[in-house]
Structures are given as C-alpha cells and as structure tokens.
Ligand binder design. Structure first.
Ligand code: SAM
Length: 452
C-alpha cells in the first residue's frame, strides 16, 4: 500500500524557509499628508502609505491588521522576462514562486474571515499561481477566475512580428478566506440586444410602463395594486416585433436602435411553450395572483407575493427595459484600457498602470465605506486612489522610488480634489482625507544577510 500523496506544485527551493527579521513601521510625519479642508464628516485620514519591501511590511502590519482587511488587490510583476521601465520583472521562475508564496501567506493572515483577495496575472504564471493559491488558501476557497480584456484588438500590439495570436486578456484570481462572499458588481449596459425580447405592447405609453414599474417594484402587493396592474395592461395589445416593423415600415438599419429606445414596451413571456399557449387561450384565473390580462392573453407579473401562491399556468412577463443592464459575470470586456487610462492620476506608468474603473468594480463589489483595502504592489497607486475616492480605508506598499515620484503626487492630487480623471466624476469626488507615510525601521542586525 502506498501512502496518500497530495497534489502539489513544487519548485527549486520550495522547502527553504524564509527567515525574517521583524521590523517596525516608523511614521515620517513630514511626508504624511492631509487635506487642509474638510469635505465631509466621512473623510478618512488613517490610510497608510508604506515605502519598502512588502514582505517585511506585511509582517509588520500583522500585529495591528491581522484578520481586518476586507479586500486585497495585488498586481505583482508578471515575471514576463521583459525589463520594464520602473522595476525588474525578470525573476527566475522558482524565485518568483518563492517570493509569491511568502507574500500570499502573509496576505492571508491579514485578510478578514469574510474578505476576498484578487490577484491580477497574465498567461505566464497564471496556471502556476492558481496551484500556489490553491495550496495557501485552499482549493475550495477559490471563488472565481475573472478574465479581463486588457488590450484593444487594434493598435501597436497587433502589428507585432510574433506569429502567435495577440494577447488581449489577463486574469484576476479571486479567493476567499472563509466565509462565502456576496459579490454585487455594478451592472453594465447591454452591448447587444437580447433576441428573446420580441413582443411589442401596443396602445402602451412610457407613462404606463413607469406606473406599472412602480407597482412591480413594491415589496408587498395589495389587491388594489393587482387591480391597478390589470387595468393598465388590459388596454394594451400584443404584437410580434417583426409584424410591428413590417406594419410600421421601420427600416432594417434603424431596428436595433428602435429596440433600445422602446425597451419600455418590449417584453418576453417566460414559461414552457404549453404554458404560454394555455396563457393565451385560457380565461383569467379567478385567483388572488398578480395576474395581468391583455386582450390576447393572460400575463402574470413576476416577483410578487401573489405569484408564489399562484395556480398554474404561470407566465412571467419580463420587460426589456429591466434588462438593458447586465451583471458583468466573470468575463470583463467592457473596461476601457485606452483613451486616457495612461493619463489617469496625472502620472505616467507604462505597462503597469491599471484602469481606475477596474479597481472601482473590484472594490465596489465586495466592500463598504470605511472597510480596509490593501495593495502591497502599489505601482502608480491606482488601488489607493480608487479606494480613497470610494470612501474606503487603504494601505499601499511600494518598494520602488516611484512611491515618491508617482504614488505620493497622485494621492496628493486625489486628496486636494484636483484629480478629476479616472472615476472622480462618476463618484463626484471633491477631495478630502489624508494618509500617514511609513518606512520600515532600519535593521537591528549589524550585517543584514537578507540584503534589506
Ligand atoms: C505591475 S506594478 C503594479 C501596478 C499597479 N497596479 C498600478 O495600477 O499602477 C507592480 C509593482 O510592484 C512593485 N513591487 C515589486 N516587488 C515588490 C516588493 N517586494 N515590495 C513592494 N513592491 C514591490 C513594483 O515596484 C511595481 O511598482
């Protein structure tokens, strides 16, 4: 009998333990920065900007922050072998895995039980990183693997001489610590019409839809509400969209736009085909259901108290207007990576800076105002800038000198309210708050064998 062998990724030096000299974080008050005005009583001043190696800094944070961070986003060097302008990305494969293992272990300690970690990565290390994170966080805590479009199909990248397919996407691996997450991303506009919406309500005004909508949205529906719904819909008639276009001479070229503009009078009826047929033929059922009767059929409103107790047949009426937006799911194609992203925050950081919109989606879907957000590979400071504008507390760690040339100037503009790019307009950012600046205290050892 052979013993059970666990599935694991190995690499040269995996067994080697990293010995760390614990260091403390020292605030340098003259570099800490605060707005000289109060924008609201929710301004946050306790954010942390840490200059130094993130492994030592994360260890130092554990005392105060273990189990307190609600959202971690990191965008570590992808180990692509290319020499980027601001940091050396050419670490040898095993070394990269060792560095990531040590940091992810510390990050897990900092994460709240109901927190989430998001790690952005490209093809080079994605598969290895997944196995590594399965080991550290446990496979059952893997929440999602998001694919995010990071390049446009046109542009310089497409003119390359490499014969492989152009690389357009990256990944964001999402893990939880313990508790199941409730992810509530902002809905995004539908790019393409859903052809299931193919029935037009005739004799139906936008005003009628708005009145009906108010009734549908009500938490509890009274008999009066049902009667009001019925009265509204009873005056309407149903027609297939193709017949409508034919009769009204809507040119083919205008039809898509017409659908988006008239979504308040376009519906789909959801149910099995036999149920739908029945619904058209049967007289209204004498039941206290939120039933709506039009001249050509019985339409039942969805999402109501009465619906649940309704007798069959039941048909849901879905208005296209309610479906003009959709959940982005795990395939994010809609975030613009060109057209001004390079200028966001007023600092240039080629090949590394992520769009503010991307961080807004991540932070927005799993945190509330006042929660802690951490990025230990700050780069140009996108995570902190977005967290700050969204009223979240943040911690950023950056080892490179661009901590001073990029992140700090960027955060000062955010705090002063002069950064009106990125998500500022969307969140009506006016400035305020501040941050404390820290360095790692010098080594106590005479000779630092870890090179710190
Ligand atoms: C891809 S960039 C992050 C870009 C960032 N997401 C943005 O939007 O600007 C990775 C950053 O990690 C930093 N970094 C790499 N190793 C580090 C370490 N050991 N400690 C702290 N920062 C580190 C690099 O200096 C670089 O700025």
């Amino acid at each position: 009998m052979t013993g059970m062998t666990k599935l694991e990724l190995t690499w040269i030096g995996k067994d080697r333990e990293t010995k760390l000299e614990s260091r403390i974080l020292l605030e340098e008050r003259d570099i800490s920065y605060y707005a000289n005005f109060r924008a609201s009583d929710r301004d946050l001043f306790d954010n942390r900007m840490i200059f130094g190696d993130n492994l030592l800094a994360l260890k130092a944070l554990e005392q105060e922050f273990a189990g307190k961070i609600k959202c971690i986003y990191i965008d570590p060097p992808y180990n692509t072998g290319s020499a980027f302008e601001h940091y050396d990305d050419g670490l040898e494969h095993s070394k990269w895995l060792g560095l990531m293992r040590d940091r992810l272990t510390c990050l897990r300690n900092l994460l709240a039980d109901d927190g989430l970690i998001f790690v952005q990565i490209d093809d080079n290390e994605m598969a290895y990183l997944t196995l590594l994170m399965d080991e550290i966080f446990h496979r059952s805590n893997r929440v999602n693997t998001i694919v995010v479009k990071m390049s446009e199909v046109s542009g310089v990248k497409m003119a390359h001489t490499d014969k492989r397919l152009p690389k357009l996407k990256e990944y964001i691996l999402v893990y939880k610590k313990k508790e199941n997450p409730v992810l509530t991303p902002d809905s995004i506009p539908l790019e393409k019409w859903n052809d299931e919406y193919k029935t037009v309500l005739l004799n139906w005004e936008k005003d009628d839809f708005e009145r009906l909508d108010r009734l549908i949205q009500k938490e509890t529906v009274t008999q009066e509400d049902v009667a009001a719904c019925n009265e509204l819909l009873n005056k309407s008639r149903l027609q297939s969209m193709s017949a409508y276009f034919r009769e009204n001479g809507v040119p083919a070229a205008d039809q898509v736009q017409w659908k988006f503009d008239n979504a308040w009078r376009i519906i789909q009826a959801v149910g099995s085909s036999s149920v739908l047929k029945l619904a058209k033929e049967q007289p209204p059922i004498d039941q206290p259901v939120a039933g709506l009767r039009s001249s050509t059929g019985i339409l039942y409103l969805y999402n109501t108290e009465f619906d649940r107790s309704a007798r069959q047949p039941r048909v849901q009426v879905l208005f296209a207007q309610h479906n003009l937006f959709r959940n982005p799911g795990d395939l994010w194609m809609d975030i613009k990576t060109t057209g001004g992203v390079g200028q966001e925050g007023g600092v240039l950081f080629p090949n590394g800076k992520k769009p503010e919109k991307l961080l807004q989606r991540i932070i927005g879907m799993c945190t509330r105002e006042g929660d802690w957000v951490l990025d230990s590979f700050a780069g140009s400071g996108t995570t902190g800038a977005v967290a700050h504008k969204m009223g979240r507390r943040w911690i950023m760690i950056e080892l490179g000198e661009h901590c001073h040339t990029h992140v700090i100037p960027r955060m000062k503009q955010v705090i002063d309210g002069t950064d009106q790019g990125g998500i500022s307009k969307a969140v009506q950012w006016k400035g305020g708050g501040g941050y404390r600046y820290y360095r790692l205290a010098p080594s106590m050892l005479e000779k630092d064998k870890f090179g710190q």
